[in-house]
Design a protein around this ligand. Structure first.
Ligand code: NZQ
Ligand code: ZN
Length: 393
């Protein structure tokens, strides 16, 4: 097992009607005036936004509203949020929504607490030294941003989707009522489940030195089996509370670091998807689903035993000959699961006809214009990245 630091400062308030506590939780943080940040229309339509505002006002917290966050949240709205909060003297950021809203709130928090252009942090030109406090009312189980250290923002100019990681942005609290996710369209539920699975799989498919982490592996395998089973339940029964609850809690634990303690992690599939999100504005989880099988077939020979273990312990398969054959059967079975929940397993199924020139551009951007490799299970350079995109089309 590798050395690690595990830091999860987020207070989780989980269960039915928990959004009624948001005023008290925000006031406990010493907030006087909160930006209530939200997305397109779901939180307004369901009445959640009104209930949140009522709870804040009852607790003596003033509110400023800023909606309009789009999936793959945009830098332009982040700038607008920074200006608005400065003008209004906001001292707390409350994200009511999913990963996009939370990440946009985190970006506004960085922009308010540091001098200069907030995009510098996403371009890795410098590190933030502070972030205004963020709280969350979660409405979709997916990105895990409610407990994570990440914020992912898209700069419209150039279609660049980039992330910042810092403990400074980990939310102070996360209110999680699984019932709030009942209104999700089936595609978003499935896409969210895929993202949750991938956050643990990115940590599970790790280079050999991570493989002493038996306890972490056991947690990871249990989480993966539970989310897959719940995703299948939700496909047919979207109002199943327990399945919604399992997925929501697993979504947070899958990306707060727990299922990666003592391992290195890989993250290549995420990097491949981020370029697709930046260029084609696809749903993040669906983009991951479209890329994973091609990544897996490209890299599995680095450590077939790892993939064979996944086939047995997660997909429930028996050994089917050599380790390599079992590994491939596991990849095939996982793609079968994705098809079952109506997720794409390649780029055409994601709705993309990607040209050779676009693959060159995706791969170039993915290496940060020739400045980095991605992945650690197998380290991937620009030619590897192109090959994986080609396999996926
Ligand atoms: O805008 P509204 O109308 O709210 O609609 C949203 C949006 O269209 C809808 N939705 C959310 N809750 C709903 C609902 N519709 C009905 N009922 C509800 N209760 O769902 C759509 C997707 O929302 P979004 O916030 O984009 O989803 P998600 O949580 O999957 O977030 C995706 C973003 O997070 C980033 C992704 O790259 C992507 O930009 N990620 C952030 C991470 C992090 N910060 O740690 C890690 C992830 O790997 C990921 O990269
Ligand atoms: Zn993700």
């Amino acid at each position: 097992m590798l050395d690690f630091t595990y830091y999860t400062p987020t207070k989780v308030v989980f269960g039915k009607h928990t959004e009624e506590q948001v005023g008290r939780l925000t006031a406990e943080q010493g907030a006087k005036k909160a930006l209530v940040h939200f997305g397109g229309q779901s939180a307004q339509k369901s009445g959640l936004l009104d209930r949140v505002a009522e709870s804040l006002h009852a607790a003596g917290v003033e509110t400023v509203l800023l909606g309009g966050v789009k999936p793959n949240p945009r830098l332009s709205l982040v700038y607008e949020g920074i200006d608005l909060c400065r003008k209004e003297g906001v001292d707390f950021l409350l994200a009511v929504g999913g990963g996009s809203v939370i990440d946009s709130a985190k970006a506004i928090g960085y922009g308010l607490a540091n001098e200069g252009d907030v995009w510098d942090f996403y371009e890795k030109k410098r590190q933030p030294s502070a972030c205004l406090p963020v709280g969350v009312v979660l409405t979709i189980a997916a990105a895990g941003s409610e407990m994570s250290d990440s914020s992912v923002i898209t700069k419209e100019e150039g279609g660049l989707k980039r992330s910042v990681k810092s403990d400074l942005s980990r939310p102070r609290f996360a209110v999680m009522n699984p019932e709030l996710t009942y209104t999700l369209p089936p595609y978003q539920t499935a896409s969210g489940c895929t993202d949750i699975l991938m956050h643990t799989m990115e940590r599970y498919f790790t280079p050999r030195q991570g493989q002493g982490a038996e306890f972490t592996d056991g947690l990871a395998e249990s989480l993966l089996r539970t989310v897959m089973a719940s995703a299948r339940v939700l496909r047919d029964d979207p109002l199943n509370y327990d399945a919604r609850a399992h997925v929501m809690w697993a979504g947070s634990l899958s990306h707060n670091g727990l299922t990666g303690c003592g391992t290195l992690g890989d993250w290549a599939t995420h990097q491949l998807e981020h370029e697709l999100g930046g260029m084609f504005d696809v749903a993040h989880g669906a983009g991951l689903a479209a890329m994973w099988g091609s990544w897996a077939r490209y890299v599995y020979r680095e450590d077939p035993a790892r993939f064979a273990r996944f086939a047995r312990n997660v997909m429930g398969l028996c050994d089917v000959g050599s380790q390599e054959q079992t590994a491939l059967a596991g990849i095939e079975a996982f793609e079968g699961f994705l098809r079952d929940i109506r997720m794409p397993v390649n780029l055409p199924q994601l709705g993309l006809e990607v040209t050779d020139a676009q693959i060159d551009e995706l791969a170039y951007k993915c290496t940060f214009m020739g400045k980095r490799t991605i992945g650690s299970f197998k380290v991937l350079g620009e030619e590897d990245i192109k090959a994986i995109y080609r396999m996926a089309r």
